[in-house]
Design a protein. Structure first.
Length: 372
């Protein structure tokens, strides 16, 4: 056991020496994370539709049902839940099941009929500032249009609607708060894919893989020696981007900071496994780099980082379930902005763990066959 640990240690040291001798590797580790953080920190998200919505209808009248119907008929909102308590409404927002919640108070219909001021409440998940802004704007327009239509049926004065909207988790609706935590997930994936696949292929390309195979190194020791350095680099990039986000962009960390490295370690199982799998397909470093980007770009687009998953075709929505980036984005944004803990995030962590074990096991088996 001691000899095995010593061989893995020497392999890790050798990998770090090779990494820091390569200018391209140093650029991937230090330059790309900083550039991506700065760029995405000021990025603008796109408009959305089919906003997941919950309704808390205390009035249960024709007028309240008509308002809800108009919201859904607008195409901007998808009514997912009818709740019966404020705690249920908050739980749906906490878990990310809905983006907006509408509360219609008692006597809503009577107030409309009496032409007296009435009030509605909208709660919006402000984690994604752009989505929150769009949701509030759309809801405001639909509700005001409904008020005018009701007023147009009589010769009396327009209905006085007191609409109060609140954005949760990201009150200032800053896109930086949404984008910068996501950069941690994307940078870890990109750097781990590139470094792992290129490092293994480089050994084969320059002819040193055959030399490693005749050493006392076992296949498992070789795999660990190749992946441990890049796992440590991924943790360094995580700490680097987190520091930039907190110090430069003033991104809040409301959840447990200890869950961040734990979830990152689970995330790395699938990412490093994918990089290892790419290394078994590519013959040159250029091929490895192209294959890594070929995997990374669809993973990014199907993760919810750029476009809401709810807006994608159903087939692509199912495809996102095998994308590790999807789960880690929910985890990391929940930690930074919502203050979520294991009680909320365990389903994403469990899915990420299972996916990681499967990917890493399949990649390791294929890698061993290539060694054989």
């Amino acid at each position: 056991m001691h000899k095995s640990i010593e061989r893995i240690k020497q392999m890790v040291v050798k990998e770090f020496i090779q990494i820091f001798r390569d200018k391209r590797m140093k650029a991937i580790i230090f330059v790309i994370p900083v550039i991506q953080t700065m760029v995405f920190g000021y990025a603008v998200t796109t408009d959305v539709n089919n906003i997941p919505t919950a309704v808390y209808d205390l009035d249960r009248s024709y007028e309240s049902r008509e308002l809800v119907r108009r919201l859904e008929a607008s195409g901007y909102f998808s009514i997912r839940n009818y709740v019966s308590s404020p705690s249920e409404m908050q739980d749906l927002l906490d878990r990310g099941k809905v983006t907006m919640a509408l509360q219609i108070n008692r006597d809503f219909a009577e107030d409309l009929k009496r032409r007296t001021p009435t009030s509605l409440q909208i709660l919006v998940d402000g984690t994604d500032s752009n989505t929150a802004t769009v949701a509030m704007d759309y809801a405001n327009r639909v509700i005001l249009k409904y008020a005018k239509d009701v007023a147009g049926k009589t010769a009396r004065l327009p209905v006085n609607v007191d609409l109060r909207a609140r954005a949760w988790y990201n009150p200032e609706l800053r896109s930086k708060n949404f984008n910068v935590p996501g950069v941690i997930a994307t940078v870890i994936m990109l750097t781990s894919l590139l470094l792992t696949s290129m490092a293994v292929v480089r050994e084969r390309e320059i002819g040193t893989m055959e030399q490693l195979m005749v050493t006392p190194l076992k296949p498992l020791e070789l795999i660990l020696g190749k992946t441990i350095p890049f796992a440590l680099i991924a943790f360094f990039d995580m700490a680097l981007i987190t520091s930039i986000g907190v110090l430069k962009f003033d991104i809040p960390i409301r959840g447990s900071i200890f869950l961040l490295p734990v979830s990152t370690a689970i995330y790395l199982l699938s990412v490093l496994g994918t990089g290892l799998f790419i290394s078994t397909l590519a013959r040159t470093q250029q091929q490895a780099m192209m294959a890594a980007f070929f995997f990374f770009m669809p993973a990014l687009l199907l993760s919810g980082f750029v476009f809401p998953i709810e807006n994608m075709p159903v087939a692509f929505q199912y495809l996102t379930f095998v994308n590790p980036l999807r789960y880690f984005l929910v985890i990391i944004r929940g930690l930074f902005l919502k203050g979520n803990g294991m009680v909320i995030l365990w389903p994403q962590m469990a899915a990420l763990f299972v996916l990681g074990i499967v990917v890493l096991a399949l990649s390791s088996l294929r890698f061993r066959k290539r060694l054989g």
